[in-house]
Design a protein around this ligand. Structure first.
Ligand SMILES: Cc1cc2nc3c(=O)[nH]c(=O)nc-3n(C[C@H](O)[C@H](O)[C@H](O)COP(=O)(O)OP(=O)(O)OC[C@H]3O[C@@H](n4cnc5c(N)ncnc54)[C@H](O)[C@@H]3O)c2cc1C
Length: 431
């Protein structure tokens, strides 16, 4: 094979297994795979893994971005037949078992698609253009800059309407991301901005949380939804339920009942869709473009091609007829089973089907405020908050990141202030 066709991956007597995506699913698979069975190539468009659950803390200055990112090369350093390539996969050519990437072409014997999900704007170009997404570290940093820039602009403008638009924060989507962001912004206003922007009337800063369904945190218990609503209201967040956004032009949010909110800070956390790659057009897809797989993660209609994590919609589990929730534990558990099944496959053994073990869900609203649903128990408040902190701390990838996060959280807790509010890379809003 021509070297330019191999992304400089050496030939090997072992079958080549290519993993697209170094997210939760991709790295769990790398960890669990038997390295003697395959030559393994991980491809990602970033050279780091992102711990998405804490992105909102980067956006609100609670954590440094480095604390929630982990270099993917650290996973490959110890194994001779494990390779990482920084490239975006553009196209799959299933007949020739090739991937076309931004760095060249790569052949595979087994392909694992673990490309995750991206923000879904439901075809509305204005929302895509003018609202802020919250799926990646660059997006979280953009949001951090925008929040701080707009407060600086609010101080100097003489136009009261413009000032109010700069101080109105509208978050669309009442899932965990929207709730956590709304709580963090309300606390910033209360504990930090009121002191540091004493020359701005901080009572004018408004945080709106807009949710299309009848309750927040729709994936959690009704009790947790209600507690979350109460917590947010106490923090001064204006929550609108059963409310949908029709449009946003960069200045004004149009709500479906024809009311509107003037805002230059609109965060879109209202939906995701699977991140597909070209060449999969003939694959069967389900809701939000997810690739339909069988209970062994095999993509329907494609040979030796598997999909795991957010991108996959696994059929066959009667408890999850619309697919499993797009959360990290599903991605990790699917990856761990797939690692075992791939070994079984090459050794001609029977494959095991996937069963999701739901260990519960949780969300934090702010200092000493969280909600947890575990094994039929629902609790909230300080204890839930400590459970949330502990679980997230343990889940962060890398010992150094865990220590950095713990120290930062401790400092934030005792000082009521993180001091990470730097506009290092100014954000240029699209107009
Ligand atoms: C803001 C936010 C908060 C969340 N909070 C929680 C939470 O509290 N608890 C929870 O369990 N889950 C949470 N989730 C969901 C959780 O992060 C996802 O379920 C999980 O990341 C899915 O893992 P994955 O490996 O499928 O995808 P990802 O982790 O998204 O990884 C996909 C990888 O694929 C790479 N990639 C994509 N396309 C290409 C391409 N064409 N070429 C090369 N590389 C590519 C990406 O760069 C990325 O590294 C949250 C998600 C977000 C966005």
């Amino acid at each position: 094979m021509n070297a330019k066709h191999t992304l400089n991956i050496p030939e090997s007597p072992l079958p080549r297994l290519v993993i697209i995506g170094g997210g939760f699913a991709g790295i769990a698979l790398v960890k669990a795979l038997n390295k003697n069975d395959f030559q393994i190539v991980v491809i990602d468009q970033n050279n780091y893994h992102t711990f998405q659950p804490l992105l909102y803390q980067v956006a609100t200055g609670g954590l440094e971005p480095d604390a929630i990112a982990y270099p993917l090369r650290k996973y490959v350093k110890r194994f001779g037949n494990l390779f990482f390539r920084l490239a975006e996969v553009k196209q799959l050519e299933p007949d020739s078992k090739q991937l076309l990437t931004t760095q060249g072409v790569l052949n595979y014997d087994y392909l694992i698609i673990a490309t995750g999900a991206q923000t879904n704007y439901f075809g509305n170009d204005n929302l895509e253009r003018y609202t802020m997404g919250m799926k990646t570290i660059p997006e979280a940093l953009n949001l951090r800059s925008l929040i701080l820039q707009n407060l600086e602009k609010a101080i100097v403008t003489k136009d009261p309407l413009k000032r109010q638009a700069l101080m109105n924060f509208v978050i669309v989507g009442g899932g965990p991301t929207g709730v956590e962001l709304a709580g963090a912004l309300a606390e910033l206003k209360r504990f930090v901005f009121k002191e540091e922007y004493h020359d701005l009337k901080m009572d004018d800063m408004q945080v709106f949380l807009i949710e299309g369904s009848e309750r927040l945190l729709g994936g959690m218990s009704e009790k947790s939804s209600k507690n979350t609503l109460d917590f947010l209201k106490k923090l001064g967040v204006q929550v609108f339920l059963n409310c949908r956004i029709n449009d946003y032009d960069g200045n004004k949010v149009v709500i479906e009942n024809s009311s509107s909110i003037a805002s230059e800070n609109v965060i879109w956390a209202a939906g995701v869709k699977a991140t597909s790659i070209g060449g999969m057009e003939n694959a069967s897809t389900g809701q939000a473009n997810r690739l339909i797989t069988d209970a062994f993660s095999r993509v329907k209609g494609f040979d030796n091609c598997f999909a795991i994590g957010d991108v996959a919609l696994m059929e066959g589990d009667p408890h999850y007829p619309d697919g499993h929730p797009q959360v990290a534990p599903v991605a990790i558990q699917q990856a761990e089973l797939l690692a075992k099944n791939l070994s079984r496959l090459v050794n001609s053994k029977t494959l095991q089907s996937f069963k999701y073990r739901d260990k519960g869900s949780m969300a934090t609203i702010g200092r000493n405020k969280a909600v947890v649903d575990i094994a039929g128990l629902f609790f909230s408040g300080s204890f839930a908050w400590f459970v949330w902190l502990f679980v997230h701390l343990m889940a962060i990838v890398g010992f150094k990141n865990r220590v950095a996060t713990l120290l930062q959280w401790f400092s934030n807790y005792i000082n009521f202030n993180s001091a990470l509010r730097l506009i290092i890379r100014p954000y240029q809003p699209k107009k």
